[in-house]
Ligand binder design. Structure first.
Ligand code: GLY
Length: 574
């Protein structure tokens, strides 16, 4: 009798809360408790680890690996979780890049960057006088490219071990039953309240009557229903059927141009990862349409013969050399880089030693080289993106950067589907060759064309040591500052022999050719700043540069993991 009562209680509970039972990972008092969680900034694990922008997403990625999944399983589950708990950049309405080194020695690069819709055109953001209307490329329905994330996740899942249903369930549970938001998230949500209302056509979970505060629970029923359609119908659950219809209905309400056939025709692309040697280490990065892999290649090679370590960490000598290298590499970015399916990127030349050394040959160690003397353009990009670094027990290393572009993307929530669309169209050169409202200049290589992918700075990177063994997984958000942050993190470890935490948290600096100024974080070395000013550099102090997530494999095989101090970023593992 007692057994019957117990089983009927269990059955009733399952009917009320079936997904929670199914996942067994997420829930009050479960392994991942969305109502009680803490942030862990750095830790060393024996086997496997994840570092990303939110503690719940790191914890779920690690738990998936504990339950038999590999790094690819964790990559899928972590990204889907971020789409729920980190709505300003985690996404299913955006896109991203994945770079991996499998334990069998194969490199993988998956490109799930958004594409311009078929009805997009080169001058679509120009008014009748030819002036760029960047409000339209940055906010609202017309700012969105065709989302790539879900296609990217299914491409990633081809290397996974667990069923997709298992990997998506934690995200469904978090959306359906909610999670407690952090103070940082409450501030972010409050700051975009008016913009979300203005650019959406229906009420959404992100906007409530009172201000958000730390400890509030965010429940996203519409998003849970969308994730369930993806769970039950696979990729078609997003790109066809009800979700696709909801996206297109939303687009129609705000002159957006994404159609059902744009969605149906979207494909993630498997590309050939870039790979080069730096002082015996093998660095593996993302090819175009990312500019990041090429920039990091050029920057590292400009350093290689110049003994950075002997110049000292962030002394005037090492800093000035790095600034001048950055200036030159970013000048190449806009002139030569774009979607390789639409524009012939001179990859071989840009990464050849002869070319790279010629670029830095005119560097003067006594003064700033004015950017006016260096040809090319630059493109304004937003800095809200997010990164995930993962390693599993077998040594599969994965680096993923994913984005909606602006914080909370275009601010358009798809009515009935509960997710935010990207504003990635702004990463194209809205008006090639002409400075936009930010004083930034774009190149012909990155002009808008139907089906084309917009140039990106996302720089997911993995590094092998001198014995070809896993060594570093790194990446960061930060718009155009991404490649320099990754570059500086790598030299911090390789040349300045830092641990993962220092490599991530030491102050960063950035030069991107135009504007001709060095951006520094507030805690940057005061003495070096003074000497840079004396040499003729213009300096602008700014807030955080990047939010880098690093895994460093120690000589004994342990995984030293660091999440950036600049956010709620957190590590997990076992
Ligand atoms: N939206 C930022 C980037 O792709 O670089």
């Amino acid at each position: 009798m007692k057994r019957i009562i117990l089983s009927s209680i269990l059955l009733t509970w399952q009917l009320i809360c079936p997904t929670q039972i199914h996942s067994q990972i997420v829930g009050a008092g479960k392994t991942v408790d969305p109502y009680h969680y803490t942030i862990t900034k750095s830790k060393t694990f024996d086997h496997a680890s994840v570092a990303c922008a939110h503690p719940l997403a790191s914890a779920i990625g690690a738990e998936i690996m504990k339950r038999g999944g590999n790094a690819f399983d964790a990559a899928v589950a972590t990204q889907l979780t971020l789409a729920v708990v980190y709505s300003n950049a985690g996404n299913i309405g955006g896109g991203g890049f994945l770079v991996a080194r499998k334990s069998d020695g194969k490199n993988i690069a998956i490109d799930y960057r958004e594409t311009a819709p078929a009805n997009a055109s080169r001058d679509m953001y120009l008014d009748k006088n030819g002036n760029a209307q960047v409000m339209l490329s940055q906010y609202g329905h017309q700012a969105s490219g065709v989302p790539g994330t879900i296609a990217g996740l299914f491409e990633t899942a081809k290397f996974a071990k667990l069923p997709f249903k298992t990997l998506i369930q934690p995200a469904i549970d978090l959306a359906e039953f909610g999670y407690v938001i952090t103070e940082r998230e409450s501030i972010a949500l409050n700051s975009v309240r008016e913009s979300l209302i203005k650019n959406s056509t229906a009420p959404s979970s992100f906007v409530k009557e009172q201000k958000w505060k730390a400890g509030d629970t965010l429940i996203q029923k519409d998003l849970a229903a969308t994730l369930k359609r993806i769970r039950d119908n696979g990729q078609k659950g997003f790109y066809e059927g009800k979700t696709a219809e909801l996206i297109v209905d939303e687009m129609k309400k705000g002159y957006g141009i994404i159609t059902l056939s744009d969605l149906k025709n979207y494909h993630a692309k498997v590309r050939t990862a870039l790979e080069f040697n730096y002082k015996g280490y093998k660095i593996i990065g993302m090819p175009p349409p990312s500019s990041g892999g090429i920039i990091v290649w050029q920057l590292m090679k400009m350093m290689e013969a110049r003994n950075l370590a002997a110049k000292g960490f962030q002394t005037i000598k090492s800093t000035q050399l790095m600034i001048e290298a950055e200036r030159r590499s970013y000048a190449d970015r806009a002139e030569f880089m774009g979607d390789p399916d639409f524009w012939k990127v001179p990859l071989k030349t840009l990464t050849s030693d002869v070319y790279i050394q010629k670029r830095i040959a005119d560097y003067d160690s006594t003064k700033a080289t004015p950017s006016t003397g260096i040809k090319a353009g630059v493109i304004k990009e937003s800095e809200e993106t997010t990164h995930i670094s993962i390693i599993d027990k077998d040594g599969n290393m994965i680096s993923i950067t994913t984005t909606l572009n602006n914080s909370y993307g275009s601010r358009t929530v798809v009515a009935g589907a509960g997710f935010i669309m990207n504003d990635e169209m702004d990463d194209f050169s809205v008006k090639p060759g002409v400075a936009n409202m930010y004083g930034a200049v774009g190149g012909e290589a990155n002009a808008i064309a139907p089906g084309k992918r917009m140039l990106s700075s996302m720089t997911p990177t993995v590094v092998l040591d001198k014995n070809n063994k896993p060594f570093i997984v790194a990446g960061t958000p930060g718009g155009t500052t991404i490649p320099t942050s990754v570059f500086q993190t790598l030299v911090n470890i390789i040349d300045f022999d830092m641990n993962a935490t220092d490599a991530v948290n030491k102050p960063k600096f950035h030069h991107q050719w135009l504007p001709d100024e060095v951006m520094i974080e507030k805690d940057f070395n005061a003495d070096t700043k003074k000497q840079l000013l004396a040499m003729g550099y213009k300096i602008s102090e700014r807030g955080a540069i990047g939010r880098t997530e690093v895994i460093k494999v120690l000589p004994d095989g342990k995984r030293e993991v660091a999440a950036d101090k600049r956010g709620d970023d957190s590590v997990a593992g076992f």
